[in-house]
Structure formats: structure tokens, C-alpha cells
Design a protein around this ligand. Structure first.
Ligand SMILES: Nc1ncnc2c1ncn2[C@@H]1O[C@H](COP(=O)(O)OP(=O)(O)OP(=O)(O)O)[C@@H](O)[C@H]1O
Ligand SMILES: [Mg+2]
Length: 447
């Protein structure tokens, strides 16, 4: 039940208000002097204070100051005599929610009290959400025991405060979105919004107006003008996820916007300035896409200013167990239970290869918890894909696979760096042109 404190030196007024407010279902306390508020607040939390303005020796303004100091979340409504507009204005400046001029009808006051309660509820909700978001994306939310990820976190700390464009690469589920949030919340744009758009998920014809907005009548069905995500992210961060899927015409438009720091909505000539930090993420190989000619090289260079690469979980096996325990602790907290892994379950988790990386690990544990009748997670509770795995004891990656990956990347980079000139690229790599050409064919790299 919401609690209201009424302060007025006239006993008749106090009684009238008390009856009117109690009838509306509020819990009402009243007192005749401002000096009493400390005693009342010590006794119980108060949601709304309704106070007379003209009182001696403590005035309504004094009450307002004291309430805001003691309990900033409490809203204050002042009752003023007709003509005391100056004091009412001063009261609003000091943080009063509203004022009401005497004489008034009980209904008018009740309406104001309800509005004040709504504002209070919203403020509390926003505070809770903000706290939740900040703790989700605080650096502590990243669990890692691997040197590779420690280096990534150091890199995040270094580049977050600078307004650089960042390109985050890594397989699906390696934590690219998580890192993008970390960067945003550690940056100077943290007060602005972080807006994510998945370039692969939005159908191509919609993507342009989604990103850049459109003017009324720009195309059939454009009944209203609409801001694009660039404008929504003004003074904040725009995360362009799956940037490798951006269609060619939008690659050019994006390049122009990044270059000029301004945009035009679809169907408009009006120039709108853009102040947005860009983070691009991709799980595909952009160097290869550039070499193949499906991704603009100049856009690649503009995005690849600061580069963060997240290695797959199977190449940082020391992260598996700490993350598994952390995910299990989170599920335990959510379900109010205390789950544990059996030793065999830990062995299976540690031996798996995780093509879906941390997301796969997280889903596996969520699944296990859902089907586990007790609180010990056994191998039978883990997804089938994991149970089939033959524990490998150590986790040595296949050396040939790793070598191939490195060679592949070296070749793609050389081709890009020499703008597709194979003779120069081959010379830089120290191999013959025919060899280079054959390797490009084997790796599916085409000029
Ligand atoms: N080091 C980590 N510690 C704790 N949780 C992590 C870590 N890395 C990733 N996660 C969690 O794993 C899940 C997958 O991460 P995220 O969504 O950031 O991956 P992604 O690389 O963006 O995937 P996609 O390519 O599919 O977009 C998320 O729930 C994320 O919070
Ligand atoms: Mg993601």
C-alpha cells in the first residue's frame, strides 16, 4: 500500500485530506509541524509528502529540502495559497513534483498523488534496469582464465575511451556482442544508447531505411517519416553485427556516412549530422570477402581501425571450466537451487570441441539443468553431441588445421595488401606466382 504524509498546521484540513486519501486506499499519516518529519521518516518509509507552504517556523520549502535530503525518491506536492506563485515556482525548482492552489477539490489532489506515484514507480524501474544492465556488462561479467582473453580485455580497456571504430571478429558464440557492450559501457558514449542491428537478419530492401531512416512518401508504404538506427544511436554506439552480409549498395552508402559524418534519409536531401561510435562484428572472414570482391576494400579499411579477435573456445580450453561453473551458478541462482557437476560431467564438458563456442556451452548447461531431476548434473543430462565425444585427455589442436588456417589468412592478407596484384603478393610471400594461384584456388580465395 502506498503511504502518504500530510503536513498542515490546520487540524481541519488534515482531517479532510486524511479521509479523502484513505478512501482512495492510501495509508495516511499526518502531522501539524514540519519539524515532525524526521520522526515520521524514522518510523516508516513515505512515498508521497503533501505539505502546506505557509507554516511557521519550518515552511513548506524547508520541508521539501529536508525530505529530498533524507529520502530523494519521495515525491513532494505543495499546497499554496492563491497568489503564492513565486514560492510555487521556487518549489518546482527545488524538486517538488507539483503544487496545488487552495482551495481545491479532493479529486484534484488525488489525481496528482496518483501521478506522483506513477513517476516514482517509473524512476525505480529505470534505476533497477540500469543497475541490471551495468552489472551484466561490467568487466566482471566476462569469465576467463586464458591469456588470449586477458589480452582482449586489456585491449578493450585501452580502446574503449577513444572514439575509434572497432572491428570484432570471431566464430559464432565467442562473445562478440558481449565485448561490444563492454566497449560501449566503458566509453564516453555510455550515456547514449547502444543500438544493435544484425545486417544478415534484416531483409535487404528494408535494411537501408532501417539504418538510415526514410522520409514520408519515399517508397510505397512509407506513410510516416522515420528515424533510422544511425539517428537513434546519436551520441551512442551502433553495433553493426554480421557486417559481412551488408549488400554492396549499402556498403557504399555506409562508407559515405562514415566518411562525411552525415547522412540523408531515404527520399530526402536534408543532411543530418551523425555522431555515432561504430562497432562492426563478423563471424565470416572479411579479408577473404575483400579478396573475393564481395566486400569493399575501402570500407574494410575504414572499419578495421581497431581490431579485436576472439579465438574459438576450443583454442582456449582453460576457459571451459570457469565458464561452465559460472553459468551453473547463474542457473542455480535463478532457480533457487544449488546445482553441481559430477566428475564425469566435468570431463565431458572439458573434452568437447564447441563449434558453437560459449553459447553452446551456456545452452548445454541450461538444458542439463532443465532435465536434471536432482541437483547433480550427470553425463546423461548433457546434450547428446557432448556425450558422443571421446574424451581426449589433453586438448592439443590438430596442427595441420591450425597451420592451414594461418596460411589461408596470410595469403588472403597479402592479396588484399597488394590490391589484388598477384605478382607482388607472391613476391611478398616468397613463393612463386603459380603456387600462390594454386593455393588461392584451394582455399577458395578469388581475386
Ligand atoms: N567470457 C565469457 N564469460 C561469460 N559469458 C560469456 C563469455 N563469452 C561469451 N559469453 C556468453 O556467451 C553467449 C554468447 O556470446 P555473444 O552473444 O556475445 O556471442 P557472439 O560472438 O556475439 O555470437 P554471434 O556470432 O552468434 O552473434 C552470451 O550469452 C554471452 O554472455
Ligand atoms: Mg552477437
Amino acid at each position: 500500500m502506498s503511504s502518504v504524509l500530510v503536513i498542515d498546521d490546520e487540524a481541519g484540513m488534515r482531517r479532510t485530506l486524511q479521509i479523502a486519501l484513505e478512501k482512495e486506499g492510501f495509508e495516511v499519516v499526518s502531522c501539524g509541524r514540519g519539524e515532525d518529519i524526521q520522526r515520521v521518516f524514522a518510523h516508516k518509509p513515505i512515498d508521497i509528502v503533501i505539505t502546506d507552504l505557509r507554516m511557521e517556523p519550518m515552511s513548506g520549502l524547508d520541508v521539501l529540502r529536508a525530505v529530498k535530503q533524507r529520502s530523494p525518491g519521495t515525491e513532494v506536492i505543495l499546497m499554496t495559497a492563491f497568489g503564492a506563485v513565486d514560492s510555487a515556482v521556487e518549489a518546482m525548482r527545488l524538486g517538488a513534483f507539483d503544487y496545488i492552489t487552495k482551495p481545491f477539490l479532493a479529486n484534484e489532489l488525488v489525481a496528482k498523488v496518483r501521478k506522483a506515484l506513477e513517476k516514482k514507480a517509473l524512476t525505480t524501474e529505470v534505476q533497477n534496469l540500469r543497475r541490471e544492465v551495468q552489472s551484466t556488462y561490467a568487466a566482471e561479467s566476462i569469465i576467463t582464465a586464458s591469456p588470449a582473453m586477458q589480452a582482449v580485455l586489456a585491449q578493450v580497456r585501452q580502446i574503449a575511451p577513444m572514439p575509434l571504430t572497432v572491428l570484432i571478429t570471431g566464430e559464432t558464440g565467442t562473445g562478440k556482442s558481449l565485448i561490444a557492450h563492454l566497449i560501449h559501457y566503458a566509453s564516453r558514449s555510455a550515456a547514449g544508447r547502444l543500438i544493435s542491428v544484425n545486417c544478415a537478419a534484416v531483409p535487404e530492401p528494408l535494411l537501408e531505411s532501417e539504418l538510415f531512416g526514410h522520409e514520408k512518401g519515399a517508397f510505397t508504404g512509407a506513410i510516416y517519416s522515420r528515424k533510422g538506427l544511425f539517428e537513434e544511436a546519436h551520441r551512442g554506439t551502433l553495433l553493426l553485427d554480421e557486417i559481412g552480409s551488408l549488400p554492396a549498395n549499402l556498403q557504399s552508402k555506409l562508407l559515405g556516412v562514415l566518411h562525411d559524418r552525415e547522412l540523408r534519409r531515404v527520399g530526402s536531401n536534408r543532411v543530418i549530422p551523425v555522431d555515432v561510435r561504430i562497432i562492426a562484428a563478423t563471424n565470416s572472414n572479411l579479408e577473404q570477402a575483400v579478396a573475393r570482391g564481395t566486400f569493399r576494400q575501402d570500407l574494410y579499411y575504414r572499419l578495421n581501425v581497431a581490431r579485436i579477435h576472439l579465438v574459438p573456445l576450443r583454442d582456449r580450453r582453460e576457459d571451459i571450466e570457469p565458464c561452465a561453473y559460472s553459468f551453473l551458478a547463474e542457473m542455480s541462482r535463478r532457480r533457487g537451487k544449488c546445482y553441481q557437476f559430477s566428475r564425469e560431467a566435468v570431463k565431458l564438458l572439458a573434452a568437447h570441441d564447441y563449434p558453437g563456442n560459449l553459447r553452446e556451452l551456456q545452452n548445454a548447461i541450461e538444458w542439463a539443468v532443465a532435465i536434471c531431476p536432482g541437483d547433480i548434473i550427470e553425463p546423461t543430462h548433457l546434450p547428446e553431441a557432448m556425450r558422443e565425444a571421446i574424451p581426449r585427455g589433453s586438448g592439443t589442436p590438430d596442427p595441420r588445421g591450425t597451420l592451414d588456417r594461418h596460411e589461408h589468412e596470410l595469403i588472403a592478407r597479402a592479396v588484399i595488401e597488394h590490391h589484388g596484384n598477384l605478382a607482388e603478393a607472391a613476391r611478398a610471400l616468397g613463393i612463386g606466382r603459380t603456387t600462390l594461384w594454386r593455393k588461392m584456388r584451394d582455399y577458395g580465395i578469388r581475386k
